[in-house]
Ligand binder design. Sequence first.
Ligand code: HEC
Ligand SMILES: [Cu+2]
Length: 354
Amino acid sequence: MPGRQSQRLWRKYALLGLASLVLAACSDQTLPLNTLDPRGPIAERIDSLFWLVFWIAVIVFVLVQGALLVAIVIFRDRKVDGQKEPKQIHGNALLEVVWTVIPTLILAGIAVPTIGTVFDLAECQSDSFEVEIVGRQWWFEYSYPDYGITTANVLVIPTQTEVCASMTSEDVVHNYWIPNLNGKRYLVPGSDTELRLNADESGEYWGQCAEFCGLSHAKMRARVIALDQADFDLWVEEQQEVPEPPAEGTPEWEGLQVFMQTGCAACHVISGVNEPTRQEVTVVAPDLTHFASRGVFAGATLPSGFNPTQEEREIALAAWLADPPSIKPGSFMPDLGLTAEQIEVLIVYLESLE
Ligand code: HEC
Ligand SMILES: [Cu+2]
C-alpha cells in the first residue's frame, strides 16, 4: 500500500515543518540562550565572523553541489541506442592541483579574520571594569574587588563598559556562557581565565554553565543584568550597605534567630550578622546579605519561568528551604529538617534582606 505509506510520510514532514515554524516563532524571551542574537560589541564580532564563514560555506556548497548535479544530468544513461560511453579517465593532475589549491586559499583566507578575532577577544583590556567569578557546584559567585561586594547568581554590570571577569573554580571545571554577550570560557580550579563582557543596552541576559560539572550541572545557570551607569552606581551603593538588624520580637527577628540556631550561619554570610572565617566555614555558600535584591536563587534556577511573582518566589523559597537536594540533586545545602513555622519566619527575614 504505497499510497498510505507516502501519506504517512507527508504527515511526518508536515509535523516537522510545523515544529520548525513554532520554534522559529518563539520570542526572545522563550529562547534566552541565543548565540545568533548579539547584544554587545564582543558578541557582535563573533557573530560577524560566524556569518562570514557561513556564507563562504554556502557558496562552496552551491558550487560543488551544482557541479555534481550538472555532471549527473549531462552524463546520465539516456537509455538510447548508440549512446556513447563518456570518456573514462583516471587522474587529472591539473584538476587535482586546482581543487587542492582553491580550498587551501579559502581556508587561509578565513584564517585571517578568525585568528584576528580570537586573539583580539582573548584577553581583557587594561582599563576594563573588574569582576571576579568563582564557579562552585552548582552556582556562580561574583565579587567586585574595587567595591567590596560579594554576591551570587546574578552578575550586575554597567552598560557600554568593557567588563573583565577574572574566573576560577573551587571544585571542578565549569564554563561560563552568556550567549548574548560572548562565547564560552572555562573556569578551571587552580588557574585564572579571563572573560570579556560588554552589553550595549540595559537588560537581562541569561546564561548557563556549559561544562558538565556533576549532578546538578543543568541547574547551574547564570544571569547578567546590565544597568545604565546611574542605576549601576545606585546598585553598588545598596550592595555596600550593611542591613539594619531587625527589631526584637518582629517576624524578621524570629527568622534571624532560626538562621543563627539551625546552622545556616556555618555556611552563609550575612554582613552585620555573622562573618565566619575560612576555617569556620563548613561549605562556602552564597552570601545572603542582599539576598532579596537578586531576582533568582539556587544557581539562578528558582523561581522558574519568566517574570515570576513575589508569591511564586516565596513558594520556591519554601520548597528550597524544606529540602534543597530534592530540588538540586547533590546540593551541598542539606535538608535541615526545618519546621513549617521556621521556614515561614526565615522567608520573612530573607525577603527583608534587600
Ligand atoms: C552545609 C552548608 C549549608 C547550610 C548549613 C545551609 N546552607 Fe543554604 N546553601 C548552601 C549552598 C552550598 C547553597 C547553594 C546551593 C546551590 O545553588 O546549588 C545554598 C543556598 C541557599 C539559598 C539560595 C541562595 C542563593 O542566592 O542562591 C538560601 C536562601 C539558603 N541557602 C538559605 C539557607 C538557610 C536559611 C539555612 C539555614 C536554615 C541554610 N541555607 C543552611 C549551603 C548551606
Ligand atoms: Cu558547572
